[in-house]
Design a protein around this ligand. Sequence first.
Ligand code: NDP
Length: 328
Amino acid sequence: MSKFKGILIEKDEAGYRAALQDIDESQLPEGDVTIRVALSTLNYKDALAITGRGPVVRRFPLVPGIDLVGTVEDSTHADYKAGDRVLLNGWGVGEVHWGGLAQMARLKGDWLVPLPAQFTPQQAMAIGTAGYTAMLCVLALERHGVTPDKGEILVTGAAGGVGSVAVSVLSKLGYSVVGVTGRPEEADYVKELGAAEVLDREAFSSPGKPLARERWAGAVDVVGSHTLANVCASTKYRGVVTACGLAGGMDFPSSVAPFILRGVTLAGVDSVMCPRADRLVAWQRLGTDLDISKLNLITNQIGLAEAIPMATQMLDGKLRGRVVVDVN
Ligand code: NDP
């Protein structure tokens, strides 16, 4: 039986740990499609899984990695045959099912989508779950009627993965984007992605008033906690806030004031269990509304072994943009 390299997370009497290991193919879980993985990524959730800082992993041992792109090696699923190039984001992969941070994966074919023709495997992973989630936020803003003429759109965590793609897509669509970052040294990067203005995270991270001066027509928030509360409080009459992240905390210390006095909409965004039809729309829109040349600016590529130390750096808010992992 042949072996492949992968990050394995284990939890037992010896503690919680993640290490690069040689894994026997017979250990792969059940599934109807076996994939030779080319690339994976490091998302915030992967970083929580690898470090054990958040309760992401719900089955041990587990290979993390909520994204992958690769080639089908073997399939009993009607839609896929050996040689097909496929993409996976979410569905609990890297949480309860073995994920992409390994050279081989075995998954349910129903979770896969064919690699969109507009993207190379590298580009698809540069976008990854973070980028596809950013697009789900943009689609939610559009669904609730936020058009570029309505006013400024705020993007928090703007130098991170979701934030970088959100700034890029919104600016290409003609919105006036204001980015929020805790790293002044990344302000020029956020502007290069398309932000008209960059604000300091400090202005949002402390407890604020239930209502503040109305400024935002819409927002993409990856931070949660006081930041999300302050964003809602400063959103304009009938504006829309999309909430997808918890980088600053899982709590939401807000009041109902923005919702009942200004008709603000808080739209939750989840990428993990997002129905297939919506995923296909998001990936198709990324093909038309993301300036592919920006991906070079957004992306760093690393090897499998580096993903473990990089996970800590990611949770410490030290990484910029997206991290693609070459598993081979
Ligand atoms: P990254 O680590 O790439 O980016 C997060 C950014 O948030 C950081 O770069 C930083 O931006 C900012 N940030 C970090 N810590 C804090 C803090 N304490 N207070 C305020 N801002 C902070 O992560 P991702 O972009 O991959 O993910 C962002 C969030 O979105 C995560 O919480 C993740 O779990 C969530 N997410 C949710 C999904 C869903 O389906 N709902 C899918 C994908 C992600 P800066 O330095 O610019 O301030």
